[in-house]
Design a protein around this ligand. Structure first.
Ligand code: ZN
Ligand code: ZN
Ligand code: ZN
Length: 286
C-alpha cells in the first residue's frame, strides 16, 4: 500500500503562491512537496486518480499497468480526472482486461451529467467501450466485493454539485485487516460514527486538510482540532485503539510545514499515535 499523493486541492507548493509553506516546499522538496491525494491499496486497486496521477506515478516510479479497479471518493477534480481513461486507452501495452471504475450513489451521475453527454465530450465513445472501461455504482452502507477486498461506502460530510455526500470507504483487506479511508470528509456524520461502532480498525487514513488548530466549521474540511475530536470519539467507542495505525493526508499549504506537523503530532498527548503521510510513503501489506 502506498500514498501516491497527499495534498489537498492546491498541491504543495501551490504554483501561484509565494507563502512561507510553498517556498519551504520548493527549497526543501522531499516530504514537504505534495501532489493531489491518491492511494494505492494493492497492485490491482487504487482510490482516486486525480489531477496529478501522471506526475505522481512518474515521480514515484509507480506503474499503473496492473491496475484493474479504481474507487472514487467523490467527483472533485483533485480526486477524479477522467483523462486517466484516455491515458490508459492509448497505452501501447496494457493489461488485457477493462479498468473497473467505481462511483458511489449519486456520484455515478457524473457519467451522464458531465462525462459522457456534455457537448465537449465528442470522441469519448472511442475510449469508453466496455473492453476498455466498465463503470460500476456502489451503494452507501452496503457491502461490496471488489477483487479480494470487501468494501462498505459510508457517507462523508462533504459535498459537490453532483453528490451531497462524498464516499468514505471501509475495507476488509485480503489479509483480514480493516482500513477506513476517510477523505474528503468533515467531522463525521452521526450515521457514520454509528456504523463504525461495530468495527475495530487496524488502519485509518484521514483527511487533515488544515494542519492547524481551530474551530470546527460544520461540513467543512478538518483541521487538527476536528481531527483529534473525531479520533477521541472513535477511541471512546472502541473503533480505534492504541494499536490502530493512523495516517493524515489531504493536506493544504496552511498552518504548518510537514516537519512542523510531525513535531506537533509527536507532542500530542493521546493514547493513539498519528503519522503525517507524505507522497511515496509505503505501508506494509496490501
Ligand atoms: Zn479534496
Ligand atoms: Zn502557499
Ligand atoms: Zn472534495
Amino acid at each position: 500500500m502506498r500514498f501516491l499523493g497527499t495534498s489537498a486541492g492546491e498541491g504543495i507548493p501551490t504554483p501561484f503562491c509565494e507563502c512561507d509553506i510553498c517556498r519551504n516546499a520548493r527549497e526543501k522538496g522531499g516530504p514537504e512537496k505534495r501532489l493531489r491525494s491518491s492511494f494505492r491499496l494493492s497492485e490491482r486497486t487504487a482510490i482516486d486518480l486525480g489531477a496529478d496521477f501522471v506526475a505522481a506515478a512518474a515521480n514515484l516510479g509507480e506503474s499503473l499497468f496492473p491496475l484493474e479497479h479504481v474507487l472514487f471518493t467523490h467527483t472533485h477534480e483533485d480526486h477524479f480526472n477522467y483523462h486517466m481513461i484516455w491515458t490508459r486507452f492509448v497505452a501501447r501495452r496494457k493489461l488485457d482486461c477493462p479498468l473497473n471504475i467505481y462511483f458511489t450513489d449519486q456520484a455515478y451521475s457524473v457519467l451522464e451529467k458531465f462525462f459522457l453527454t456534455s457537448p465537449t465530450t465528442a470522441g469519448r465513445e472511442q475510449y469508453t467501450k466496455p473492453q476498455d472501461v466498465l463503470f460500476h455504482r456502489l451503494e452507501f452502507l452496503r457491502e461490496h466485493r471488489i477483487d479480494d477486498l470487501t468494501v462498505v461506502p459510508l457517507r462523508g460530510n462533504h459535498s459537490t454539485n453532483i453528490e451531497p455526500n462524498s464516499a468514505n470507504y471501509l475495507f476488509r483487506l485480503a489479509d483480514g485487516r480493516t482500513l477506513y479511508y476517510g477523505l474528503d470528509t468533515g467531522y463525521y456524520l452521526e450515521e457514520t460514527f454509528e456504523y463504525l461502532k461495530n468495527v475495530k480498525l487496524d488502519l485509518l487514513v484521514s483527511e487533515c486538510t488544515m494542519p492547524m488548530e481551530g474551530k470546527d466549521r460544520a461540513g467543512q474540511h478538518m483541521n487538527l482540532t476536528t481531527c483529534v475530536a473525531v479520533l477521541d470519539r472513535l477511541l471512546d467507542q472502541g473503533t480505534i485503539s492504541p494499536e490502530t495505525e493512523i495516517y493524515l493526508t489531504h493536506i493544504a499549504p496552511v498552518g504548518a510545514t510537514h516537519a512542523q506537523l510531525c513535531a506537533y503530532l509527536e507532542k500530542l498527548d493521546r493514547p493513539y499515535r498519528i503519522t503525517a503521510a507524505f507522497d511515496g510513503l509505503t505501508l506494509a501489506g496490501g
